[in-house]
Design a protein around this ligand. Structure first.
Ligand SMILES: [Zn+2]
Length: 240
């Protein structure tokens, strides 16, 4: 379990689950070994249910059906298709699953509103951060954001077409190790977008899902290993 390195209000619960934890080995086995919480990746349903139930405040979590779009679900809601969740009600916790994409947790300094965002390159391009922030009634300067574990720049080589999509963020793109390839820094793009929205506090976890195979699942690492699928961690935030 990872706690964001921020001074959030006492009534805000925020964490990112890990793959292996000294207190929670997880019920999944094989390619999903550890505490996989993704129920859409081919893992055994019972294992996923057990892993989800082992999380802090498990019963308060609303699980989204994430589709790499930019829709924000306001909790409580019967509709769950979306890539961000917003909540201003106690006991309705926001959650996003990731395995390389960028999870972002947001709260206001008074502890009245929270949100969780799943931002891959598609979400970042579609402006999901801006869209989520617009749900808050607090001023941007009174919000805090934590950019959680995601694939680092060194591990995220992309082709020129994808790199070009982020030409507005030149400092997040560098030449790759092979010609015609570029290394894209998704967490840094998220940080720059949050800064441009004047969010008061922005903290980057600086943890890489690809580099650390003990703590995290990584879609790209699994692909490089020839595996068809892998698990997911979850980043959770809520008001208690
Ligand atoms: Zn890395």
């Amino acid at each position: 379990m990872i706690a964001p390195q921020w001074n959030c209000p006492e009534n805000v619960v925020a964490y990112t689950s890990t793959r292996y934890d000294s207190e929670n080995a997880g019920a999944s086995v094989g390619d999903y070994a550890g505490c996989n919480v993704g129920d859409h990746v081919g893992d055994a349903k019972e294992a996923v249910a057990s892993n989800r139930a082992s999380l802090p405040f498990a019963k308060s979590i609303t699980w989204l059906n994430q589709v790499h779009g930019n829709h924000v679900v306001t909790l409580p809601s019967k509709e769950t298709e979306g890539d961000a969740a917003f909540s201003a009600q106690r006991g309705y916790f926001c959650a996003v699953m990731t395995a390389d994409c960028v999870p972002i947790l947001i709260c206001d300094k008074a502890g009245k509103e929270v949100a969780a965002i799943h931002a891959g390159w598609k979400g970042l391009e579609l402006g999901i951060i801006h869209k989520t922030i617009s749900h808050f009634s607090s001023q941007a300067a009174d919000l805090m954001a934590w950019v959680g574990p995601a694939i680092c720049q060194k591990c995220y080589e992309v082709d020129a077409v994808l790199a070009q999509r982020f030409s507005d963020y030149p400092s997040t793109i560098r030449q790759g190790e092979t010609p015609e390839k570029f290394q894209l820094d998704l967490p840094a793009i998220a940080v720059q977008q949050l800064a441009s929205l004047n969010i008061g506090v922005v903290v980057n976890s600086q943890r890489c899902t690809y580099c650390d195979d003990q703590q995290f699942y990584s879609h790209r690492r699994a692909t490089h290993q020839g595996k068809p699928s892998t698990g997911r961690i979850v980043s959770v935030i809520g008001l208690r």
